[in-house]
Structure formats: structure tokens, C-alpha cells
Design a protein around this ligand. Structure first.
Ligand code: ZN
Length: 343
């Protein structure tokens, strides 16, 4: 009951990469970098287990960024000539690579860290991939053409590649594959229209558990400012949840604690496991176990208790390492308290 997990990313140690950045520079290269990625992955597996989390992730220690880490292994993308592009409907600028030719995987993308994680935890293992719509929103296109038709075509091309890697991750022993789709909270009509279909294409044929994470972004200033512009009631989820409820995706990860998302929107996810965000990633204040348990209790008003999976609101990548460790413990302790209350 109430199995706990993180949304995906964790802070990279200072000896692996720059800290407090979404696109940090690595501290080493070649074999030395590969070893540092492995060490950081093992360090965070241990930290998650010690905190008491039930489902373990690799903390995304081996990828620079949750989208570009995938794109680095795709042929047809020009990483040498990045361009500045407004992403998430121009909420903030990013330097993004360009799609210049047909897309094809160069080989496995995440075999190294997935197999490493699998070999070093006996707990359930969750692995994250970017969703097709969010990829399309985080890369420049010079191949698929202008307008919505081009975006859809490119999204389904990426979905095929994601599907190849997801099937391979499943064969590596991953228990849960989660696609991250923050873009679903930005392009509401498109998400409900073709975003969910592209997501299902990415998850096609998987027999492991499938999940999608939809959030209001990392705790960076551009996102904090955006949230302040959204008013006192955030109803973005209302558009896409009915489409997800009808989809083959089994779990939905959403932002909850300290957000203005009306709790009753969770009722739209009938039949799905709901990963309820009980940990705020936009504040360094550590949640108390009571706060975490209270959020779980409020979610139980709209989701059957066996379908409530306590989680973080989003990734913790840009945070202080010590803060992230404390938040992992709060998550596990809060879930334990909830089990005492309602078990
Ligand atoms: Zn997120």
C-alpha cells in the first residue's frame, strides 16, 4: 500500500557535473565520465533504498538532460549546431539541437545505467524516457516541415524510436517505464488529440507497467513565474486526463502538493494508478511526514487507496543534494505514516 517513488531525476553530485543546472556540463569525459556516471547512479540507488523508497530509479545521472540525453543517441539530429528556441510555448529559451534527416537510433540509449541499476537493487525499478510530444517541443525541426502536420509526423517518428528503447529496457529487467510529458500541460488540445496517441505508440507492446508523468516543470524561476500566471485554480489536467483514462497507459504521475491543481481532477483518471505528487520540488522546505500523509489522505477522496502511489511533484535535478536526500526521507516517512493511518 502507498508504494513510493521519485518522478525521475535527482541532483548530480558536484564531482559528476555542474550543480543546480538543467543542462549541466560534465566534469570529465570518456571512460572517466562513464565511471563517474556509474558511481553517481549507485550512490543514488543506495540513498533511495536507505530513505525507504519502494520503487527505485537511476536518478537520471547518466544523461545531461531528460530530453537531450535521449536525442544524443539518435541519427538525423545535428548536435553540433544548436539553436536558441523558446520551449513550452515560449516559457523559456533553450539551446536545442536540430532535426535534419530521417530519425534512427544509433543503438541502445540507456542500456548502461538501466542494466547497472537492475544489477544493484532488488526493489522494483522504474525507468524514465521523454514522451514524444515533449521531445518535439525540445528540438528544432529542419526536416519534418512547418505546422501541426510536421509536428505530428515528427512525434510519431520519435515514438517509434522510444518504443524500440522501451522494449529493450523491459528486456533489461525494468519494471515500470515512465514517459515524461510536461508538454501535455502546455498544448492542451493537441495533447488530448494526438499527444496521447503518440504516447501509446511509444508504449506499444510493453508488458511491464507503463506510466506518464505530467507536471508544471522543474522548480526553476521561469516555471515559478509561469505558475504565478495560472491563477488560483490550475485546470490544465482536465483536458488530457479523460483521454489518458481511455488509453492503455496504466499509471499517471501528477503534481499536487503546494500546487493549485483541484484535487477532484484526479477522479478523471478512473481505472489508473495515480502517482500523487506529495513533495514540492520548487521549495527547499522539507515536507513533514504529517504533510505527506495529509496529501495522501486528500487524494484518497478521489482515488481508491490501493491506486494512490506517493511520488515527488517532478524531478529533483536542479536542487541541493542534501535537500533532495531529506525530501526522499520525508516521502518514505509520510507514506509509512499514511499506512499506519489507513492500512
Ligand atoms: Zn516533471
Amino acid at each position: 500500500m502507498f508504494p513510493t517513488s521519485i518522478a525521475g531525476s535527482l541532483p548530480k553530485p558536484a564531482w559528476l557535473a555542474e550543480t543546480h543546472k538543467l543542462w549541466p556540463q560534465w566534469r570529465a569525459e570518456g571512460a572517466e565520465l562513464q565511471q563517474a556516471k556509474a558511481d553517481a547512479t549507485l550512490m543514488w540507488i543506495k540513498a533511495q533504498e536507505d530513505a525507504g523508497l519502494d520503487i527505485i530509479g537511476d536518478g537520471e545521472q547518466a544523461r545531461q538532460h531528460f530530453v537531450h540525453g535521449f536525442l544524443e543517441q539518435v541519427d538525423g539530429i545535428d548536435f553540433a549546431n544548436k539553436v536558441k528556441m523558446g520551449i513550452r510555448n515560449n516559457r523559456y529559451d533553450a539551446m536545442v539541437p536540430q532535426v535534419v534527416a530521417p530519425l534512427r537510433l544509433k543503438g541502445r540509449v540507456h542500456a548502461f545505467e538501466a542494466q547497472l541499476a537492475r544489477a544493484h537493487t532488488t526493489r522494483r525499478l522504474k525507468f524514465t524516457l521523454p514522451g514524444p510530444m515533449t521531445i518535439v517541443d525540445t528540438v528544432a525541426d529542419r526536416y519534418y516541415g512547418e505546422g501541426e502536420a510536421g509536428r505530428i509526423k515528427m512525434a510519431f517518428a520519435f515514438a517509434e524510436l522510444l518504443n524500440q528503447e522501451a522494449l529493450a529496457l523491459q528486456a533489461d529487467g525494468v519494471d515500470i517505464i515512465q514517459f515524461d510529458e510536461p508538454a501535455f500541460n502546455v498544448y492542451l488540445d493537441q495533447a488530448a488529440d494526438w499527444g496521447v496517441k503518440a504516447l501509446e505508440r511509444a508504449a506499444q507492446g510493453l508488458t511491464c507497467t507503463t506510466a506518464v508523468h505530467i507536471c508544471y516543470g522543474y522548480g526553476i524561476q521561469a516555471n515559478i513565474d509561469w505558475k504565478q500566471s495560472l491563477g488560483h485554480e490550475w485546470r490544465q489536467y482536465e483536458k488530457v486526463f479523460p483521454a489518458l483514462a481511455k488509453s492503455s497507459i496504466q499509471q499517471v504521475s501528477l503534481e499536487c502538493f503546494q500546487s493549485h491543481v483541484p484535487m477532484d481532477l484526479m477522479a478523471l483518471l478512473d481505472g489508473k494508478d495515480v502517482l500523487v505528487g506529495v513533495i514540492d520540488v520548487a521549495s527547499d522546505v522539507i515536507e513533514t511526514p504529517e504533510q505527506v500523509a495529509d496529501t495522501i489522505g486528500r487524494a484518497m477522496q478521489f482515488v481508491p487507496k490501493l491506486r494512490v502511489l506517493p511520488c515527488t511533484n517532478c524531478g529533483l535535478a536542479p536542487m541541493d543534494r542534501a535537500v533532495a536526500e531529506a525530501k526522499l526521507k520525508a516521502l518514505a516517512q509520510g507514506a509509512a505514516l499514511a499506512r499506519e493511518r489507513w492500512g
